[in-house]
Write a protein of this length. Structure first.
Length: 109
């Protein structure tokens, strides 16, 4: 078993993972934008704050408790549209980053 207390500091940090699945904390400041199609499936969960997710050209509102699935090959962008930090918990299948947060080669199906 693995466990870690999430702290949601600024930026991006790998939380936990194994060779099949990975989780990460992502914190975006006001107006910040992130999005990089990693090639695998991604689940993005809004922990706090407000924002917008654009997935394959469609825009969705992000509020606390919203979960978004970006399927393999989907193009996406996450934007903080609020006045406070947007805190997201992201899951990658397969893992998309090294434990230090460097991008791995894009996954293939």
């Amino acid at each position: 078993m693995k466990r870690r207390k999430l702290r949601f500091g600024r930026g991006f940090r790998i939380a936990l993972g194994n060779r099949r699945l990975q989780s990460a904390e992502m914190v975006l400041g006001r107006g910040a934008v992130e999005g990089d199609p990693r090639g695998g499936d991604q689940w993005l969960y809004a922990v706090s704050g407000t924002g917008a997710a654009t997935v394959d050209g469609r825009r969705y509102r992000l509020v606390r408790g919203t979960v978004v699935l970006v399927e393999h090959g989907g193009k996406h962008e996450i934007r903080n549209t609020g006045r406070t930090l947007l805190r997201m918990l992201d899951f990658y299948l397969p893992p998309a980053y090294t434990p230090a947060g460097d991008a791995l080669p894009r996954a293939r199906r």
